[in-house]
Design a protein around this ligand. Structure first.
Ligand SMILES: NC(=O)c1ccc[n+]([C@@H]2O[C@H](COP(=O)([O-])OP(=O)(O)OC[C@H]3O[C@@H](n4cnc5c(N)ncnc54)[C@H](O)[C@@H]3O)[C@@H](O)[C@H]2O)c1
Length: 448
């Protein structure tokens, strides 16, 4: 006799309505940020479609396969609507979003012209910036302060100002700034108290991205991290996030090569095919590529890109298949390609009786075109988390792992990198929030 799976998910929580405007605050108004904002405006005007965005195009199956219930995600959970989004940001360059988007060269002139007045209205605020943390950049549009706490207070004042002038009911901060040098967790990050002391003492272990995050979380504003920077992956930030009901998530958008890696590697593992080596290389010519040309920033990105295979393949469980595979990731700055990154993956796999085979992947992608819908989904879902009584005090939003190369998890918990597990986790979280049955795909009941 078939067993009935235990899938009922009683939610104890409530979700507040998405009333009024949602203010999106973006440190780093470069290629990704401008492609996102220009895209939202283009979609609002009916010029283009939000392709790549799960919140705008995705559906969610509810109940049994025989029930035929698959509402759009956007109808199933109360998300902010695109017409309710308002924007601000910070950058070390004074360009408004139209000038920055033109400079980034991702979107065609024709499209940009159609959203020009709107983009021109989004102007950056002076940044918290220090070249020590991003060696390849130098800009003059930078805040001055007597110490890092003073700078954090200036960002908090920006948050108040934006809320007032935009009329936003709720806010989300989304880091789209550059990749900073590789930093490790230290005593300065161990608690909110230690962090505040370190801010006052201008401690070198506190990078600009952490100052924005501290300001946002102190104001109860959710913070999502699109770069591989340490930023909120710290005990002090976890504490602040939980205390102030300001959800956090990160890190590093999973947009191109790593997205495909987390699709292919689970496939190999599902069929118990071995791996002896995976060589990934990229050419990229945008400003992000230039920043990553600095070895210290590259190290931050490298760590983020390298971690996925180990966790998916679990060599400790499958030593015959995955012990000692060679994994290399390279990013080469190559200006002629600008944002149109090209990546090559050579994958040496091993089959029946140890016979070697090869897979080649050549992805001619557009970096910011892949990242922009991730930004849209993240800001809407982080706002949802903030309005959910169950999620808002939880700190890390692990259910948003599918958007990140290095998903944050509770301390001591290994991250899930497999895109299909991540997607199931995300959709089951939404089902749970709405008190719907979780879907396990067991399906024995169809054969009762
Ligand atoms: N597919 C993708 O594009 C992708 C994928 C994963 C991660 N990322 C990360 O997203 C981030 C943005 O990528 P991008 O292509 O837009 O880069 P970009 O260089 O075009 O934009 C980054 C912007 O941040 C600004 N900036 C740097 N430090 C700042 C600070 N402290 N305060 C305010 N502004 C600051 C820079 O001046 C620049 O305008 C990078 O960290 C990148 O590594 C991008």
């Amino acid at each position: 006799m078939a067993t009935k799976p235990k899938t009922t998910s009683q939610t104890s929580g409530t979700i507040a309505e998405a009333k009024g405007k949602l203010g999106i605050m973006i440190p780093g108004m470069g290629a990704v940020a401008t492609t996102f904002v220009a895209g939202v405006e283009a979609v609002r005007k009916g010029i283009a479609k939000p392709i790549g965005s799960l919140t705008q195009m995705g559906t969610i199956r509810l109940g049994k396969r025989t029930e035929g219930r698959s509402p759009k995600i956007n109808d199933f959970v109360p998300l902010a609507q695109l017409n309710d989004l308002v924007f601000t940001g910070w950058d070390i360059f004074e360009d408004d979003m139209f000038a920055a988007a033109t400079n980034a060269g991702v979107l065609e002139k024709d499209l940009l012209e159609q959203v020009k007045p709107f983009l021109q209205s989004v102007k950056p605020r002076p940044a918290v910036f220090d070249r020590h943390y991003v060696k390849k950049l130098d800009g003059k549009y930078v805040k001055k302060g007597k110490n890092k706490m003073d700078l954090a207070e200036q960002v908090r004042a920006d948050i108040h100002d934006f809320k007032k002038t935009s009329g936003a009911e709720r806010l989300v901060m989304m880091w789209c700034g550059s990749t900073e040098i590789f930093l490790k967790q230290t005593e300065a990050h161990s608690s909110v108290k230690a962090f505040e002391k370190a801010l006052l003492a201008n401690d070198e272990n506190i990078a600009p991205s952490m100052i924005y995050a501290y300001a946002a979380l102190s104001e109860g504003v959710p913070f999502a991290n699109g770069a591989p920077n340490l930023t909120v992956d710290l005990p002090a930030m976890h504490e602040l996030s939980r205390r102030n009901h300001a959800p956090i998530s990160g890190k590093d958008f999973k947009s191109g090569q790593t997205l495909l890696k987390t699709v292919l590697a689970p496939g190999l593992k599902a069929r118990m095919l071995g791996l002896s080596g995976w060589f990934s290389t990229n050419i990229l010519g945008n400003r992000d590529g230039e920043v990553l040309d600095d070895p210290e920033s590259f190290k931050t990105k490298e760590e983020s890109k390298l971690s996925v295979l180990e966790h998916i393949l679990q060599p400790e469980l499958y030593p015959d298949l995955y012990k000692d595979f060679y994994h290399k990731v390279r990013i080469n700055y190559y200006p002629p390609r600008a944002d149109n990154k090209e990546s090559w993956d050579n994958i040496d796999i091993v089959g029946w009786l140890g016979y070697p085979m090869q897979i080649k992947v050549n992805f001619l992608c557009r970096d910011s075109i892949l990242a922009a819908p991730i930004v849209l989904d993240l800001v809407l879902l982080m706002d949802l988390a903030k309005r959910s009584s169950e999620l808002s005090g939880m700190g890390i939003q692990e259910w948003l792992s599918l958007y990140y190369k290095s998903p944050m998890t509770a301390p001591g918990l290994y991250p899930e990198h497999d895109l299909f597990i991540q997607t199931m986790k995300m959709k089951n979280t939404l089902r749970h929030l709405r008190g719907e049955e979780l879907i396990t795909h067991l399906g024995l009941e169809y054969y009762d």
